[in-house]
Design a protein around this ligand. Structure first.
Ligand code: ATP
Ligand code: MG
Length: 600
């Protein structure tokens, strides 16, 4: 490619609305342009990068026996209704109607469509296992599209699906994918960790996220450098030092605490308690299926611990709950936040009543919240002599023995882990919590889709069983963003060799100099003939401008053709190492070939 004819609109300045590094650099290097929020066009350089990423995805999927499909992006509502996700997924799904008024949607993922094919075509265990994949566009109306290519509303995904007759087969398929993912990210020059994750709306039991560490990431990962434990904070736990509680009174004692509103206030209040000897009480509301009825939930945590809402949702089997409004809290517990507690809460909640008119006249008094749910964090197990709110403004109770005095309905891990806490897996490690970006996700789906959609096979014994499935996704744009976030400097992008738009750039310092121009053309031809992707900077620009642009777009190697050409010498510049060396013209092709094609 000749730069003079190639479309690379580089920008000198950082675009005003771009915040994260990859967003700025992808725009400045003329790789992508925004069309609308979360919707981007790939310019020629971007398309070259995306194709290289997709080629790696294909090679690694094919290597584990994957068969490439190409499924439609436009789906009839029926298949999503069958799986139950038409109603389970909210506004993230782009929905539309066809000219006949039938409901349609744009695919967010393809479990439903692949399962439809499996259901219609696969009858016997003899046809299994199958490993199917595609590289295709996805649509998601993300609430907060941002950070350039990191969270898009339309993006390219490699999604794979495996079909097995039993869980053992799924286990093998999952491990194959896991190994393929490791090779993919390594080949793309991305430093990654594999973490345990929450499965969200996908359903299924086991899932692993592949994450790339970067301050631009939206996920928080807790990991231990001692033993390699790593988990999304949505799931991560830590080991708490054991606390020995002194025996308390036989029953909780109420005491006045005027002005005390927070955990912190109570730590300094005379007769109060340190944070880890307090029980924090949060009130959440869960909408029950019957419209208008609400189930109040009391969430109990140690005073110095923070709730993680995803853990709460997971403990409720994926249901969502919201924090109660101050009026609701007062109705349920009779006090304001700051004086709440679970001791006697059930009886207290029954005091909220309302008048219900009876058919034929008259009214009846009904209890507004006949039941409440008390969920306690594991960190409170066995704790005694604790202090908590008394459900009476400006009052607390002390001497609370959680197992004696509170009727806990459910114990769950609800607490957010923090850097510096002890690793839950090994004896001596401590956790570090850092920001990362999810680049891939592998799920053991099990039979969620095959059961709801009726995809069954006959076993060797002739028994019909639902196919056991897995689903595995990688975002092409996430790979591109992560590669930039992890590989750049003040001058621009430093593409990993495997996905660089060009292997090498030949920069002719002065196009007006006949000798230099001819040498450049000749070298361009020779490098191309050797199988390299070459960009010839044949623009009529000053050398300084050309060097700056080459650094910005991040081509791994630059060959500069300048004055030394008279001695048969060119300069070879390594973008990553930022080092130059003189190389003889007759050796340069083999030299670059060797460097460009070597592993990462
Ligand atoms: P996230 O938690 O970041 O929203 P997700 O869990 O919704 O991701 P999956 O449904 O597992 O993602 O999709 C598989 C892969 O597709 C992700 O690992 C990611 O690489 C990519 N991906 C998902 N959503 C987006 C998006 N909005 N923009 C770009 N890539 C995405
Ligand atoms: Mg998502």
């Amino acid at each position: 490619m000749r730069w003079s004819k190639y479309f690379i609109p580089t920008l000198r300045e950082d675009p005003a609305d771009a915040e994260v590094v990859s967003h700025k650099l992808l725009l400045r290097a003329g790789i992508v342009r925004q069309l609308s929020a979360g919707i981007y066009s790939y310019l020629p350089l971007g398309q070259r990068i995306a194709l290289k990423v997709m080629q790696i995805l294909r090679e690694e999927m094919n290597r584990i026996g994957g068969q490439e499909f190409y499924l439609p992006a436009l789906h009839p509502a029926e298949v999503w209704q069958e799986s139950g996700r038409w109603s389970a997924i909210g506004d993230d799904m782009f929905r539309l109607k066809d000219r006949k008024g039938a409901d349609m949607c744009l695919g967010m993922t393809h479990e439903e469509v692949f399962t439809t094919i499996a259901r219609n075509e696969i009858r016997s265990y003899k046809q299994l296992p199958q490993v199917w994949y595609q590289i295709q566009i996805k649509f998601r109306d993300e609430p907060r599209p941002k950070s350039g290519l990191m969270r898009l509303r339309t993006f390219i995904m490699k999604d794979a699906y495996t079909f097995d007759v039993d869980r053992e087969g799924l286990g093998r398929a999952f491990l194959d994918q896991r190994e393929a993912y490791k090779r993919i990210f390594t080949r793309c020059g991305i430093e990654f960790s594999i973490v345990e994750a929450s499965s969200g709306s996908m359903g299924g039991s086991e899932s692993n996220e592949f994450v790339a560490k970067t301050p631009a990431g939206e996920d928080l990962i807790a990991s231990c450098s001692n033993c390699g434990y790593a988990a999304n904070v949505e799931k991560a736990t830590s080991r708490l030092p054991k606390i020995e509680d002194e025996a308390g009174p036989d029953a909780p004692e109420e005491f006045p605490t005027p002005g005390v509103r927070t955990i912190e206030d109570l730590t300094t209040f005379p007769g109060g308690a340190v944070a880890d000897r307090q029980i924090k009480t949060l009130v959440y509301m869960m909408e029950k299926p019957t419209v208008g009825t609400l189930l109040p939930m009391l969430i109990l945590l140690r005073g110095d611990h923070q709730l993680h809402e995803i853990k709460l949702s997971d403990s409720l089997g994926g249901a969502t709950a919201r924090p109660a409004h101050p009026e609701e809290i007062r109705e349920v517990l009779g006090a304001s936040a700051g004086s709440l507690g679970a001791v006697g809460a059930r009886e207290r909640a029954k005091r909220a009543t309302y008048e219900h008119s009876i058919e034929g006249g008259g009214t009846q008094t009904l209890i507004k919240y006949p039941e409440i749910l008390i969920i306690a964090d594991e960190g409170l197990r066995g704790r005694r002599n604790m202090t908590t709110g008394a459900n009476k403004d400006d009052h607390h109770v002390r001497g609370v023995d959680i197992e004696r005095d509170v009727e806990v309905d459910k114990w769950a891990d609800l607490r957010t882990v923090n850097s510096g806490e002890a690793c839950p897996r090994c004896d001596s490690g401590t956790l570090e919590v850092y920001k990362a970006m999810e680049v891939g996700h592998i799920f053991k789906l099990g039979t969620k889709y095959s059961e709801t959609m009726g995809a069954t096979v006959l076993t060797e014994e002739g028994k019909p069983v639902p196919i056991v499935m897995g689903s595995y996704g990688i975002g092409v744009e996430r790979i591109i963003s992560a590669a930039v976030e992890q590989n750049y400097d003040t001058d621009g992008i430093i593409w990993p060799k495997s996905i660089a738009p060009f292997d090498v750039i030949v920069t002719v310092t002065n196009m007006k100099d006949e000798k230099l121009r001819e040498a450049g053309e000749k070298l361009y031809e020779n490098l191309t003939r050797a199988g390299l992707d070459v960009l010839l900077d044949d623009r009529d620009e000053r050398a300084g401008v050309k060097f700056k642009d080459a650094d910005l777009i991040g081509i791994p190697f630059r060959i500069t053709i300048g004055k030394k050409i008279g001695d048969g010498v060119v300069e070879l510049f390594n973008r990553k190492a930022k080092k130059s060396e003189d190389v003889r013209l007759d050796e340069i092709v083999s030299r670059v070939l060797m460097l460009a094609k070597s592993e990462v």
